[in-house]
Write a protein that binds this ligand. Structure first.
Ligand code: HEC
Length: 126
């Protein structure tokens, strides 16, 4: 754990638009809003990251979902405006490359989170 890194971190702006299309095609917007600003689920644009803002944690959350993360020992370390389970997208996403592009889109909407990409907020099991 802690070892996953987004290959697009040096070219966020270049892939953000493609990432946004994938984000919409996976219906992330139904819960998080079209621009990631939140809706019935937490905004992706603020400084509160439930499990951590680093690449490794965010990738695991999106691919495995929050229930699985919690089974693995991850805790909610920050409180968001709404709390609920995040469904897993690992089987829906065609490739991990698609998920990294979606994460690049989220970073483009949340530039301050870039400082934390390589700092896992928690590494259960290590
Ligand atoms: C059915 C609603 C739903 C859908 C669809 C959904 N999410 Fe989520 N998402 C949530 C919830 C609820 C949380 C908060 C999880 C928690 O508190 O454990 C969350 C959390 C997150 C977080 C962490 C946010 C934070 O503030 O820490 C990210 C990043 C995220 N989702 C990305 C995505 C992406 C990318 C997609 C599409 C591939 C997506 N979500 C689809 C409900 C959803």
């Amino acid at each position: 754990m802690g070892g996953l890194h987004n290959p697009y971190n040096d070219e966020i702006d270049a892939v953000a638009e493609k990432g946004h299309k994938i984000y919409l095609s996976y219906s992330c917007n139904g819960c998080h809003g079209g621009g990631g600003g939140g809706g019935m689920c937490p905004p992706l644009t603020n400084d509160a990251w439930v499990y951590g803002a680093d690449d490794d944690t965010v990738f695991r959350l999106i691919s495995e979902g929050s229930d699985k993360l919690q089974e693995q020992g991850y805790k909610r370390v920050r409180k968001e405006i709404v709390t609920g389970p995040m469904p897993p997208f690992g089987t829906i996403a065609k490739t991990s490359d698609d998920l990294w592009k979606v994460i690049a889109f989220i970073r483009s909407k949340n530039p301050s989170s870039m400082k934390k990409v390589n700092e896992p907020a928690q590494t259960p099991g290590q």
